[in-house]
Design a protein around this ligand. Sequence first.
Ligand code: ZN
Length: 277
Amino acid sequence: MKRKKFFKLTPLLIAVTFACSTLLTACTLTKPTQKTTKTKTTVAKKEKPLPKDPNPTNIPVLMYHSIAYEKGNDLRIPQKIFREQMDIIKHDGFTPITLDELYSHFNDEVKLPPKPIVITLDDGYKDNYENALPVLKEFGFKATVFVITCQTDDSTDYMTSKQLKEMQANGIDIECHTVTHPHLKDLSYDKQLVELRDSKAKLEKMLNKKINYIAYPYGSYNDDTVKLVQNLGYKMAFTTNEGQANKTQGMFTLDRMYISNANDVAYFQRQINGEIK
Ligand SMILES: [Zn+2]
């Protein structure tokens, strides 16, 4: 069992590292922005508060990247497979939730819908707009995209600011994945600060909302990273450590589950149901 898992996971992690680094192109850092972002005011709805959940549970946070086919690249999930996976999520009774809902649950122990699940997509590939959005709309599912901000409006492989705004208008949450997608743990404190601060500021200005969540590129972080994200006002941060998210992992080092095209749909079903240990 252990041996099988090793064989399953090791090539996947290599694939994440390799594919991420080959898909990226070089970018330059943006200048720090001094502007503060206006927060949208919304009319408070009269809603009954959800009952408190005394037993916060493990919650699967799925980690996707590109939704497109590429031979030999397990990081990319073809749209057909993505739709089959969304269908399993629906038929197994899961409810996709936002990161705000996950945060409330972890912090206030607010009760979530039955079988909550979080769908995240890293990097902000253009195919998320072309191939993932139509499927997510079809199922009425909530999802989060973690964006590399230096790629926005600078590369044909990544979503433009216009597309990001359209994703947001369709209920897809846009959050942060640094400016240039570095291995954060290899950077000095000051360089990490620029990566974590400028990406947040750029997205806040572009999308006119607060950016509260971040995914660490390659799952790379150290003590400085955790200190910085807290000081910069992020509320949760995600790694690539394999597993379901639980607040006992720490709000700035939460686990996710890597979805690879090397595995079949039956494996995906066992994965989200917590049957892969
Ligand atoms: Zn990434």
